[in-house]
Design a binder for this molecule. Structure first.
Ligand SMILES: *Cc1c(COP(=O)(O)O)cnc(C)c1O
Length: 475
C-alpha cells in the first residue's frame, strides 16, 4: 500500500460523520435511518477495501453519502417491474402470462381495500363458501354441474389425483405423459398425489382396448391430458374424449380431462385455430375438467375444476383443498373476468388476451411503420431497422404449433463483424431502459414483435432513454 493510500485510509470519515452530509440526510428522509446507516456502513467498507487494493476511491463524506443514497435508490426499485413484452408470445409464462381486464383489476382493488363477504352469506347472515362466488358463472359458461377453484391448474390436477386416485391407479396414455416446464411432469405429480401411474399404449398410438385392458378394481380414474406444448404427428392414434368417456362410464371409472389452457369460447371467431373449449370437454362426457385461469381465459393465476357434483364435493372435503385455495383478490378478479364471457361479442374489447390475439397484422404493421423513424433515429448508424412480417405465438402451451401472423421491427447490427456481440449488447441496453423492453433474437436480428404493444407514445418516450454508449457498451 502506498503512503498516500495509507493516509486516505486513516482519514476515512466515521459513519456518524458521513450521516451529517446532505445526501445522507436525504437518504434518512427517504428510506429511514436504519437503512441509511447500513448503506453508509457498506459504502465505507467497500471504499476501505478499494483503497487497500490500491484503487483511488473518493473518500470524502459527501462522496460516501451520495454513493450510499444511490445504492438505496437502486435497491428500492421493485424487481417485479412492468416491461414491454415484445417477444411475440402473448401468454409468456416468464413475463406473467395474461394481462388482466380493467373490470377485474377494479374488482381486485376494491376487494383489497375493504372487508368482503368472502365466506359469508349476506342473504341468511350465515357462513358462506368461497366457491359460491364463481360456481354459478363457471357452471353457466361450461355446462358443468359444479365447480371449484384452486391456486393454479397444477394444483387442480394434484388435488383431483389425490382425491380420486390416492393409493389407486391413474390410467394415462403414454402419448400424454407431459412435462410442461417448471418441473410440472405428470408422472411426478402423480407420485406426489399418491396415485400409481398406469401407462397405456405407446408414445404415438393408444387404442381404446389399451385403456380397457388397464381398467380394473384398482383404477381410481382415467386421465386424459391435453398435449399442450407438443404434437405427435405421423403414424398416430389417440382415443377421442367422447369415445373414452362412454367406455369409462360403462365401467364406473371417472374420466378426468386436463385441458391445460382450456378456453371458454371458440377462438375461431377471431380467426384463431380451434382450441378445445371447456364446454366441449364437458359435453364430450368427462366427469371432471381442469384448466388454468391465466392462460387463454385471460384472468389471474388460478386452476379450475368443473364437473360432476358428487366428485366436486369429494374434492372440497379433501384437506389439501385448504392448502391450495385462492384469496379474495384473485376471486374478485376471476369473477369479473368470467363475467365478461357472458357477452362474447364485446370480449375482444374488454379482455386483453383476446384483444391482443385478435389484433389484425395490418394494424400491427401500421404501428411498426409509425414507430420506425423514432427507433431508427435513436439507434443511429450502428444498427439498421426495418418493418418486418413475423409470427406471434399464443404461449403457455396453448395451440403449440399455431402461430399468428404479426409485424414488428427487425434491428440488425450494421457491421457483420462482431454482430453477435452487438446484438447481445443491444438486448442488454433494451433491458436497462426505464421500462425494460424484451424482444427476441432470430436470424441475426433483434425482433420487436409489436402485437402486444398498445401504448405507442409510452414506448417511444421510453425508447428515447436508450443508452447505447453506456456501461453496457462492448469494451
Ligand atoms: C399449463 C398446464 C398445466 C399447468 O397449469 P398452471 O396453471 O400453469 O399450473 C397443467 N396441464 C396442462 C395440460 C397445461 O397445459
Amino acid at each position: 500500500m502506498t503512503a498516500e493510500a495509507d493516509h486516505r485510509l486513516r482519514a476515512l470519515p466515521s459513519v456518524d460523520e458521513v450521516l451529517k452530509a446532505e445526501a445522507a440526510m436525504l437518504a434518512v428522509a427517504r428510506f429511514g435511518r436504519p437503512a441509511a446507516v447500513i448503506a453508509v456502513r457498506q459504502t465505507l467498507d467497500a471504499t476501505r477495501a478499494a483503497l487497500r487494493a490500491g484503487r483511488a476511491e473518493p473518500s470524502q463524506s459527501d462522496a460516501i453519502a451520495s454513493a450510499a443514497l444511490a445504492k438505496l435508490a437502486v435497491d428500492a426499485q421493485s424487481n417485479l417491474r412492468p416491461v414491454f413484452n415484445l417477444t411475440g408470445t402473448v401468454l409468456h409464462t416468464n413475463l406473467g402470462r395474461a394481462l388482466i381486464a380493467e373490470a377485474a383489476i377494479e374488482a381486485a382493488v376494491a376487494a383489497m381495500r375493504s372487508a368482503v363477504a368472502l365466506e359469508f352469506d349476506l342473504a341468511s347472515g350465515k357462513r358462506g363458501e368461497r366457491d359460491d362466488h364463481l360456481r354459478g358463472l363457471l357452471c353457466e359458461l361450461t355446462g358443468a354441474e359444479d365447480a371449484t377453484v384452486v391456486n393454479n391448474n397444477a394444483a387442480a390436477v394434484l388435488l383431483v389425483l389425490n382425491t380420486l386416485a390416492k393409493g389407486r391407479e391413474a390410467v394415462v396414455s403414454r402419448g400424454e405423459l407431459i412435462e410442461i416446464g417448471g418441473a410440472f411432469r405428470m408422472p411426478d405429480i402423480m407420485a406426489r398425489a399418491g396415485a400409481k401411474l398406469k401407462e397405456v399404449g405407446t408414445t404415438n398410438r393408444t387404442h381404446l382396448k389399451d385403456y380397457l385392458e388397464a381398467i380394473g378394481p384398482r383404477t381410481g380414474l382415467v386421465l386424459k391430458v391435453h398435449t399442450s406444448n407438443y404434437r405427435i404427428e405421423g403414424f398416430t392414434k389417440e382415443v377421442g374424449a367422447r369415445e373414452l368417456a362412454a367406455a369409462t362410464r360403462e365401467r364406473n371409472v371417472p374420466l378426468v380431462n386436463d385441458l391445460g389452457s382450456g378456453t371458454l369460447v371458440d377462438l375461431s371467431r377471431w380467426g384463431l385455430a380451434h382450441e378445445p373449449t371447456v364446454a366441449e370437454a364437458i359435453a364430450d362426457g368427462a366427469e371432471l375438467v381442469t384448466f388454468s385461469g391465466d392462460k387463454l381465459l385471460g384472468g389471474p393465476q388460478a386452476g379450475f375444476i368443473v364437473g360432476r357434483k358428487a366428485l366436486i364435493e369429494k374434492i372440497n372435503r379433501n384437506p389439501m383443498k385448504r392448502a391450495l385455495r385462492v384469496d379474495k383478490m384473485r376471486l374478485a378478479a376471476l369473477e369479473a373476468s368470467l363475467r365478461l364471457y357472458r357477452d362474447p361479442d364485446r370480449l375482444a374489447e374488454q379482455l386483453p388476451t383476446i384483444r391482443l390475439l385478435a389484433r389484425p397484422p395490418s394494424a400491427i404493421k401500421s404501428a411498426a411503420q409509425r414507430l420506425l423513424p423514432t427507433i431508427a433515429a435513436k439507434l443511429g448508424n450502428s444498427f439498421t431497422v426495418e418493418v418486418v412480417a413475423c409470427a406471434s405465438q399464443i404461449g403457455s402451451g396453448a395451440l403449440p404449433l399455431e402461430t399468428v401472423p404479426s409485424a414488428g421491427l427487425a434491428i440488425r447490427p450494421s457491421a457483420a463483424r462482431g454482430s453477435g456481440r452487438a446484438l447481445e449488447y443491444l438486448a442488454a441496453a433494451l433491458r436497462h431502459l426505464p421500462v425494460p423492453v424484451i424482444g427476441r433474437v432470430e436470424d441475426g436480428a433483434h425482433i420487436l414483435d409489436l402485437r402486444c404493444l398498445e401504448d405507442e407514445a409510452a414506448f417511444a418516450a421510453n425508447f428515447a432513454a436508450l443508452d447505447l454508449g453506456g456501461e453496457h457498451a462492448p469494451g
